[in-house]
Structure formats: C-alpha cells, structure tokens
Write a protein that binds this ligand. Structure first.
Ligand SMILES: CC(C)(COP(=O)(O)OP(=O)(O)OC[C@H]1O[C@@H](n2cnc3c(N)ncnc32)[C@H](O)[C@@H]1OP(=O)(O)O)[C@@H](O)C(=O)NCCC(=O)NCCS
Length: 159
C-alpha cells in the first residue's frame, strides 16, 4: 500500500532535517540560507510526513506563486522513501494550491540529466517548452566544474 502523507508548512526547526536530505539527493544542493529566505519570503514551503513515520520529513517542496502562475523551486524526497509515490502526491498538492491561487500554469526547470524528475513531470502531463543553456553551474563532490542545460517544463492548470 502507498504511504499516506500529511502536509504542513516547513518551519525553521525543520531546516536541519531538510538540509540533510538535500545533501543526499542533489549534486548541487541548496544552502540553508536559500531555503530560509524562501520561508521568510512567504513562499509555499511544504513538508510531507508519512503517517507511519511521524516527525520524520519524507519529502518537501518550495513553490512561488505569482500572477496567474506558479513556479516550482524545489522538490525532494528522502532517499528512504523514494519510488513510493510521495513526489506524485506532493506535486498534486502543489497543483491544487496553485489552482486555488488562480494560477493558469505551473512552471519548473529540471537538469537535463535528471531523468527521474523528467519522468515524474511527464507522467503528470508537464510539457517541455524550452531549454535554458548552461543554466546550472556548480562544482560536484569531486571538485569537477559542471555546466548543465535546464529543461523548462509547464503544465496548464486552468483556462
Ligand atoms: C525525482 C524525485 C522527486 C521523485 O520522487 P519519488 O517520490 O521517488 O517519485 P514517485 O514515486 O512519485 O514517482 C513518480 C514517477 O516518477 C518517475 N520516477 C521516479 N523516480 C524515478 C527513478 N529513479 N528513475 C526513473 N523514473 C523515476 C517514474 O515515472 C515514477 O512513476 P512509476 O513509479 O509508476 O514508474 C526523487 O527521485 C528525488 O527527490 N530526486 C532528487 C531531487 C530532485 O531531483 N528533485 C527534482 C528537481 S527538478
């Protein structure tokens, strides 16, 4: 059976746990400061906990809502809980929040090598609408400088 998620706002006390997950799942993890700034800016910052593991953050997402559109800034699933539909449940929650806030489209960028995320978004009927060349520039764990294109995707939410 698929785990059931409870959603709630990310609080400052959650930052350490989220940063620990972030370090495990990204070659270019966000800093605590960037995540902190999103919370302070009043963006939609949401964590998900599985009912079987209360107190343990299993997934999280940050999204900015603008005029008639929303922008997914980050979504991550704790490696322990991946491939159990948590990202799908979180994305559906974000789409619902976007719709309630009158967004007509949701936008996102994804590293072109991130096939897991591209599959997730494609399954949710996001369409590729462009490429941002060398959008991601970072130094990986082996001190190698990486440049990667971003695939820009969007989903129509309402007319
Ligand atoms: C991408 C990510 C969020 C997916 O989370 P998840 O909870 O495992 O995803 P779900 O279980 O909801 O999977 C939904 C669909 O996504 C695709 N998918 C998810 N993980 C995948 C993987 N490792 N390989 C290939 N496809 C994958 C599949 O199509 C899957 O459907 P299926 O299980 O029926 O085949 C997770 O792997 C993650 O946290 N990655 C690191 C952070 C990241 O890349 N975030 C996105 C930034 S743009």
């Amino acid at each position: 059976m698929k785990p059931r998620l409870t959603f709630s706002p990310i609080e400052l006390k959650d930052l350490a746990q989220i940063m620990q997950i972030e370090q495990q799942i990204y070659p270019n993890p966000w800093s605590t400061k960037v995540t902190y700034d999103c919370i302070q800016a009043g963006y939609q910052c949401i964590k998900g906990e599985c009912s079987e593991h209360p107190g343990e953050i299993s997934c999280y997402a940050l999204m900015m809502i603008g005029f008639e559109e929303s922008n997914l800034l980050n979504i991550g699933v704790n490696p322990k809980f991946q491939r159990q539909s948590l990202a799908t449940q979180m994305m559906n929650r974000l789409l619902l929040i976007s719709r309630i806030n009158h967004a007509k489209h949701m936008w996102l960028e994804v590293r072109e090598s991130n096939q897991a995320a591209i599959n997730l978004y494609t399954k949710l009927e996001f369409k590729t609408i462009g490429v941002r060349k060398n959008y991601y520039k970072y130094t990986d764990a082996n001190d190698k400088k990486i440049k990667e294109h971003a695939i820009l995707m969007s989903k129509k939410i309402r007319a």
